[in-house]
Design a binder for this molecule. Sequence first.
Ligand code: PEP
Length: 248
Amino acid sequence: MKKIFAANWKLNKTPEQAREFVIQFKNEAFKHADFFKTCEVILFPQAFGLEAVSSLCAGTEIGFGPQNIYFEKSGAFTGENSAEVASVALKAKFALIGHSERREIFKEIDGQLNKKNILVQSLKMTSVFCIGESLQQREAFQTLPVCFAQLDAGLAGLDQNVRVIVAYEPVWAIGTGKVATLEQVAEVHQAINDKLEARGFKSFQILYGGSVKADNAASLLKVPHVDGFLIGGASLEVSSFLNVCLAN
Ligand code: PEP
């Protein structure tokens, strides 16, 4: 099974910088024999960079998609991103849903995220659906209940025969340089795996996210049920992103 390396560029990169990244990344990746046989790469540019990424990635093995979509396809929703446009016009196959920054800063709640996942699936795209606990919740021993509640709410009503990708991102590890320990990652990934199986999902992968870098990637990838990463800071430069992929 390929490991997944998903890049969350957040509010960074102009379309030109996104284009340069993809061109350089393709050049570098193809220097490594079998790179795309072992690695599945997904790029999440900000909305203004999506067309640039699409023009260079559509028809290649590099997946891409928006960092957020609205749960309606079109209409009077000023300022939102259309998943249908991403899918049909830009050929995006993925969408990042429920990142903790969306939940915290933009107050997105479980019911909305569920509608987004349902729309994404109806468009034959795949969600990279983010879940994870805050530091306060971890310290209150609420990690698994929080993750399960987010999973249950976010994935309700989805077709369990269709692929879904879950990204476990402890909020306290995102952009902080603090990485969850291998034991913490192992416990939560095992629990998510068991939960998804119990819910009848047949095709899923579970990513870890939170300060992943080239020097911690190899050990994290060995943890059972870590099927890849969602990467923020280290995905912004081709060299650091490629080095995380090459830890595979
Ligand atoms: C993220 O933005 O999802 C993330 C994991 O960021 P970082 O790798 O910088 O912690």
